[in-house]
Structures are given as structure tokens and as C-alpha cells.
Design a protein around this ligand. Structure first.
Ligand code: ZN
Length: 114
């Protein structure tokens, strides 16, 4: 028994085994692909191309972003340093400070890790 296998996400049974690319739970017969556990994915924030983001990362903006109350928009390629992952308003999940614009929240889907 390989004890490094994750427990069943459905019933927490630890006697899971692998069958091909899938993990199988002998208790509830739940089958899933390792790494695709939706419960775990919720806590992981990924950028526009799928890189996992972390506090303190530097990202670039991948599309022009209109800023409320500002006549100019944040341009593609703008570098944003020292981001902080948050559970923000709507699907905004990055708290940061953009040069020339000040503190704001961004969506992880509009940035790319540097
Ligand atoms: Zn189970």
C-alpha cells in the first residue's frame, strides 16, 4: 500500500488505490484523477495560462483593463509587483498596487506570472 496516495475526497477513506491514471476509493467506489480534486482546486489561484500564483509574485497584465474613475486604462504588459491573493469582490482574487493607479483588485484571469 502506497501511503502517499491522497484520501478519498468523498468519504475521507485513506485506503485509496490507483487504477491507471485514476484513484479509486474502496469504501464508496468514488473514482477521480489525482490533482483534479475540485475541493483542492478552490484554494489554488491560477493565472491566465494556468501557472499557480502565490503571495509576493510579480505578474504582468495580459489585456487592457479599464479602471473605474480613471481616464486611462491599465495597458497590456504592465508589471504588477508583490501581489496578494485574496477572496475579493466578485471573482477578483488578487490584491495589488499598480504603478500610476494605486491599490486595486484584479482577476487572476487577466494576469500572467513573470
Ligand atoms: Zn470514498
Amino acid at each position: 500500500m502506497n501511503d502517499s496516495l491522497p484520501a478519498c475526497p468523498e468519504c475521507s477513506c485513506v485506503y485509496t488505490y490507483s487504477m491507471g491514471a485514476l484513484l479509486v476509493c474502496p469504501e464508496c467506489a468514488h473514482e477521480w484523477a489525482p490533482g483534479s480534486d475540485p475541493q483542492r482546486d478552490e484554494s489554488v489561484i491560477k493565472d491566465s495560462v494556468g501557472n499557480v500564483l502565490a503571495d509576493g509574485d510579480t505578474v504582468t497584465v495580459v489585456k487592457d483593463l479599464k479602471v473605474k474613475g480613471s481616464p486611462t486604462s491599465i495597458k497590456v504588459g504592465t508589471k504588477v509587483r508583490n501581489i496578494r491573493l485574496v477572496n475579493g469582490v466578485g471573482d477578483h482574487d488578487i490584491d495589488c498596487k499598480v504603478d500610476g493607479f494605486g491599490p486595486m483588485q484584479l482577476k487572476s484571469s487577466v494576469v500572467k506570472k513573470v
